[in-house]
Design a protein around this ligand. Structure first.
Ligand code: PLP
Length: 408
């Protein structure tokens, strides 16, 4: 079974997938941690360094103008990719983590007081927990957590009960990086907004798998990382509504973010530059734009369809493996299969899969509170991208059978 999607020709764009690991053809199933890069993205980096490298927004010379144009064109590319109303609402950061830290600091300074609350869920990545804990500590505020059921689905009624005038922000993941479950964002945001509460969405695990429209969602903040959507590491995006950004103070000080600097007083640049202190990773942003074009050319609808077929195939095949325990019975999963093999520690499963050429992630997946809630401290996670195939799943199934036989 293979979808109409031409996975073979797509794979040719990813040279890393052709390599062998311990003598076995690589099966890369750790895409939730980071994705592989197509030729066009790496070529964009090379072209930029060899043909266009000069600092942006500063000099009048041609190279600097070209680099600035590429960097600002990348902002527009991101704007269109997530359907933001304007490119000034796109801030470049180092990744999802920095985007969330920016909001926790800057929104916290502007809008939060002692006794206020921040609301998150039980399934958050540490990046969407710790910055809020730090804010709460700094401002003597309280962190409230929306509970989930035993399968890992958010309890909507409990969420509704936690909303109150004390809540200053809801920070919620779009898709869980452990379970692949998608949260009902539209309903959640609508309810939060009906009480005047803005919402930050952690989109790290969503953008590569579904088309995201920040205006349709009415998200106030939306964060994601370039490296999880086939772009380079070290670049991230924070989308934020203009009216919020204009009320928030800068996150870091330095060059680029200023208007006038005098020892007596400094005034700040307009958005988005107010939030981009120092030299940005302008080569990385241009390469991110290339990655987004690559994804758009394939089409997120086709990607989602292919990944759904892969997921269905994987669940069918892996459920036949003796001792395979899927974590969480979730109606709609995205590209992630978290599991245990009965009686075998996750680390042993991960290590042995590696020796058989299969890369998966083991551990607590930067979501310790979630694993604790589900009654475990580690699990194995196989996560897909559009370049994965049913043969990859067959290899995983065969390898798990072999590992099971070795232990039993
Ligand atoms: N949020 C989620 C849901 C994630 O899966 C990740 C990374 O795995 C992050 C945040 C952090 O992303 P980064 O390390 O790129 O900042």
């Amino acid at each position: 079974m293979e979808s109409k999607f031409d996975v073979a020709s797509v794979r040719k764009q990813f040279p890393i997938l052709e390599q062998k690991v311990y003598g076995q053809p690589l099966v890369y199933l750790d895409n939730a941690a980071t994705t592989q890069k197509p030729r066009s993205v790496v070529k964009r980096i090379e072209d930029a360094y060899f043909g266009q490298n000069a600092n942006v927004h500063r000099a009048v010379h041609l190279l600097s103008q070209q680099a600035t144009e590429a960097h600002e064109a990348a902002r527009v590319e991101v704007q269109h990719f997530i359907n933001a109303a304007e490119s000034d609402e796109i801030i470049f950061t180092r990744g999802t983590t920095e985007s969330i830290n920016l909001v926790a600091f800057s929104f916290g300074e502007a809008f939060c007081r002692e006794g206020d609350e921040i609301l998150i869920s039980s399934m958050e990545h540490h990046s969407n927990i710790v910055p809020w804990q730090m804010l709460c500590e700094r401002k003597k505020m309280h962190l409230k957590v929306i509970p989930i059921d035993d399968n890992g689905c958010l309890l909507f009624d409990e969420y509704a009960k936690l909303l109150s005038p004390k809540v200053k922000l809801l920070a919620i993941t779009h898709v869980s990086n452990v379970l692949g479950v998608e949260n009902p964002l539209r309903q959640m945001i609508e309810l939060a907004h009906s009480q005047g509460i803005p919402v930050l969405v952690d989109g790290a695990q969503a953008v590569a798998h579904m088309s995201v429209d920040v205006q349709a969602l009415d998200a106030d903040f939306y964060a994601f990382s370039s490296h999880k959507i086939f772009g380079p590491t070290g670049v991230g995006v924070l989308y934020a509504k203009r009216n919020l950004l204009e009320q928030m103070p800068p996150y870091q000080g330095g060059g680029e973010m200023i208007d006038q600097v005098h020892f007596e007083k400094t005034t700040y640049n307009k958005i988005p530059f107010k939030f981009e202190a120092g030299t940005p990773d302008f080569i990385g942003t241009a390469a991110l734009a290339e990655a987004l074009r690559f994804v758009e050319e394939i089409g997120l609808d086709k990607i989602a369809e292919h990944e759904k077929q892969l997921l269905d195939y994987a669940l069918e095949k892996l459920n036949q493996v003796k001792g395979f325990q899927l974590i969480g019975k979730i109606p709609e999963r995205h590209a992630i299969v978290p599991f245990l093999l009965k009686g075998i520690h996750s680390y042993d499963v991960g290590l042995l899969l590696d020796k058989l050429g299969i890369a998966v992630r083991t551990g607590s997946h930067c979501a310790q509170p979630l694993l604790e809630r589900l009654g475990m401290d580690t699990c194995v996670r196989a996560s897909f991208a559009f370049y994965n195939t049913t043969e990859d799943i067959d290899r995983l199934q065969a390898a798990l059978n072999r590992i099971g036989n070795m232990f039993n």
